[in-house]
Design a protein around this ligand. Structure first.
Ligand SMILES: O=P(O)(O)OC[C@H]1O[C@H](OP(=O)(O)OP(=O)(O)O)[C@H](O)[C@@H]1O
Ligand SMILES: O=C(O)c1cc(=O)[nH]c(=O)[nH]1
Length: 207
């Protein structure tokens, strides 16, 4: 990962207010975890410079790999998979969180063939459950999932264990640690809030 892109993305996530901290009223994550931090990567698509920097960083990660198809995780991974697949001139699919209940009842939308090599693009990894589910759907279809990439990750041990157990490689452009120090430097949160947030994350990492 090119360091300058990592720092730019971390800073821009803060600038566009994607990073939200609320120690008093925690956010509920999709896993049910109550968290004082929420990173809304969906905002990034509304800022051309941000989404282009993210796409550039993803392309850097992918270009050395032998890849046939880019897969986006529904919903927040989809626009980024589209930007990246367009830059690489590769086919794209997206993977729903669950199979559609009507119509063709697909979980994977678009065309991907057995034995094709796929990179999965997710916006964010907390526990890794959503990204792993998407990767597993592709594997069940006979694809080879080369790697799972995300914009942001909290660096939780749970995610690492889940990916290891599922047998997928993963990597993120930016981690919680990248943004935590910037948040205080920029005055977005107080030193006390930073301590609370870091303690919370470290407790989660250790649990
Ligand atoms: O690593 P995990 O514990 O699975 O959590 C991360 C997932 O949670 C969020 O999705 P959300 O369910 O909010 O849906 P969305 O992408 O449709 O907005 C996020 O976009 C990831 O997909
Ligand atoms: O785990 C989640 O659901 C989650 C965390 C977060 O910071 N941002 C987000 O969009 N989802």
């Amino acid at each position: 990962m090119v360091i300058i892109l990592r720092q730019t993305i971390a800073q821009r996530l803060i600038d566009i207010n994607a990073l939200k901290v609320n120690v008093q009223e925690p956010f509920t994550w999709s896993s049910g975890i109550q968290s004082p931090v929420y990173c809304d990567n969906r905002l990034t698509m509304s800022y051309p410079d941000v989404r282009q920097t993210i796409a550039k960083a993803f392309v850097n990660e992918i270009k050395g790999l032998d890849v046939d198809v880019i897969a986006g995780c529904a919903t927040a991974g989809i626009p980024h998979a589209a930007f990246v697949s367009d830059q690489l001139n590769l086919p794209m699919v997206y993977v729903r969180s669950k199979a559609k209940g009507h119509g063709l009842k697909n979980m994977i939308e678009g065309k991907v063939d057995q034995s094709e090599r796929v990179v999965v693009i997710e916006d964010l990894i907390s526990t890794g459950t959503s990204a792993i589910k998407a990767a597993e759907a592709l594997r069940e279809q006979g694809c080879h999932v080369v790697k799972v990439l995300s914009i942001f990750s909290y660096g939780l041990n749970e995610a690492e264990d889940n990916f290891k157990e599922a047998g997928f490689e993963y990597e993120s452009l930016v981690t919680f640690d990248d943004v935590a120090s910037l948040l205080t430097t920029n005055g977005n949160i107080t030193e006390k809030e930073r301590e609370q947030v870091l303690n919370w994350r470290d407790d989660l990492v250790l649990s």
